[in-house]
Design a protein around this ligand. Structure first.
Ligand code: URA
Length: 234
């Protein structure tokens, strides 16, 4: 009930003791009573409570914050520091965005979904918008598309590439990749002689960043968005 924002843990204990909560139609006055989350029907003042043990949020990550599950270092602000502490337990970001990168970051306690989204076997494309210094050519675009050597054992897997704009010694590009290697986009652009000056994640699979969110804002995923994510991995 506290997770459903019906009060603090102490408030909720009082509500239960007062007899305002029923489990399968019977008033239960023991706050320590353990329910079966999958089968029991819980009502509070006659209102049905629907509890999902999993929470899914999208955050518009701003630059300047580190992607980590908890504050490791008091000198760095992490993405978990900018979220309220009462929105769920055991939440973690799904994958990483660099400190200076922005954009879509999923935060969940559904470890299984996170694992599937990140697994290269599932080929979930993550799309990034990048502004880069350097000169881009058809050959370089083709190389990015086919896979480039970024100093790892293997070249990068095939990517989807869309050049948006190119100007004097710079360009704007969208890149979709199905892997998540360390600094992958920056290293791919370096491999073709450029330098990323701005990087933003736009989507994961078919789930797009809600552009009505401001930097640093977050919201829960809708049921429809969750379905979209699930479909992305089938
Ligand atoms: N690639 C990068 O280089 N940085 C990110 O934050 C994400 C992908």
């Amino acid at each position: 009930m506290a997770d459903l924002q019906l009060g603090t843990r102490s408030n909720v204990r009082t509500l239960i003791r007062r007899g305002q909560v029923t489990v399968n139609g019977n008033i239960i006055k023991q706050p320590e009573y353990k329910i079966d989350e999958d089968n029991d029907i819980v009502d509070f003042n006659g209102r049905r409570l629907v509890y999902s043990r999993y929470k899914y949020y999208m955050l518009y990550k701003p630059s300047g914050v580190v992607t980590a599950s908890a504050s490791k270092d008091a000198s760095e602000t992490t993405v978990m520091d900018i979220l309220p502490s009462d929105i769920g337990r055991n939440l973690s970001p799904v994958g990483r965005l660099d400190k200076d990168s922005e954009g879509l970051l999923l935060i969940t306690n559904d470890g299984e979904l996170a694992h599937r989204l990140l697994s290269p076997k599932k080929h979930v494309f993550k799309t990034y918008y990048a502004e880069c210094d350097g000169i881009i050519t058809q050959e370089k675009l083709l190389a990015l598309e086919r896979g480039v050597d970024i100093g790892d054992d293997k070249p990068t897997l095939p990517a989807k590439v869309k050049l948006l704009e190119s100007y004097d010694n710079g360009y704007k590009i969208e890149l979709s990749i199905s892997e998540g290697r360390f600094h992958q986009i920056k290293r791919m652009i370096e491999a073709v002689g450029g330098k990323v000056t701005y990087l933003k994640r736009l989507s994961m699979g078919n789930l797009k960043l809600d552009e009505t969110l401001k930097k640093g804002e977050f919201r829960e995923l809708s049921a429809e968005e969750l379905q979209i994510l699930e479909k992305t991995m089938n």
